[in-house]
Ligand binder design. Structure first.
Ligand code: AMP
Length: 194
């Protein structure tokens, strides 16, 4: 069971490689929990589309499949988590992606006496990921960039699995199933609260 902390708000992180379906699942899970889905990738894509200073800064980094620096991301996430709708809980999709970002997230939550309730890891076989992402046809989804994003995931983001497992927050979900089955597995992993 996932016990809600100070209030009934649930704060969940979804972890998974590009192509694991975590964006889709974040929306579904957030809706069933009655909280906001917060996707840093989506926020950055919107900034790029709007041509804002942030967007101009991150455009090339995203196009190359690299990670935006931790300091920039800390500002983005600190501001987003301070918004009214995030107070009732959230499903974070795409953050944290480095151990340093995980520390920042903990710090942001600590300051307001909050904590994460669970980190759900969506596990998908490597061979399936490239095909899945290629099927999405986004501008940043050329095969070369996908491989780069996967390499970055293995190198920088995968260590978070051990980090959160150690903190007993991690829930593993088999992502090699239909969208509906993955959604159900996530609900089960959260103790039926979703
Ligand atoms: P996503 O939609 O989550 O795959 O994110 C798309 C791209 O946005 C990533 O490949 C990164 O370039 C950037 N991005 C999103 N979230 C983060 C993050 N937490 N840290 C660094 N870069 C990020």
């Amino acid at each position: 069971m996932v016990a809600a902390s100070s209030s009934s708000a649930l704060r969940i992180v979804l972890l998974g490689p590009p192509g694991s379906g975590k964006g889709t699942q974040a929306g579904t899970v957030a809706e069933s929990l009655g909280v906001s889905a917060i996707s840093t990738g989506e926020m950055l894509r919107e900034a790029v589309a709007a041509g804002s200073p942030l967007g101009l800064r991150v455009n090339e980094i995203m196009a190359a499949g690299e990670l935006v620096d931790d300091e920039t991301m800390a500002d983005v996430v600190r501001e987003r988590l301070a918004a009214e709708d995030a107070q009732k809980g959230f499903v974070l999709d795409g953050y944290p992606r480095t151990l340093s970002q995980a520390a920042t997230l903990q710090e942001i939550l600590d300051r307001s006496g909050k904590r994460l309730d669970a980190v759900v890891q969506i596990d998908v076989p490597e061979s399936e990921l490239v095909n899945r992402v290629l099927g999405r046809h986004r501008a940043d989804d050329t095969e070369e960039v996908i491989r780069q994003r996967l390499a970055v995931y293995h190198e920088q983001t995968e260590p978070l699995i051990a980090f959160y497992r150690e903190g007993s927050l991690l829930r593993d979900v088999d992502g090699h199933q239909s969208i509906e089955e993955v959604a159900k597995s996530i609900r089960d992993a959260l103790g039926g609260e979703g």
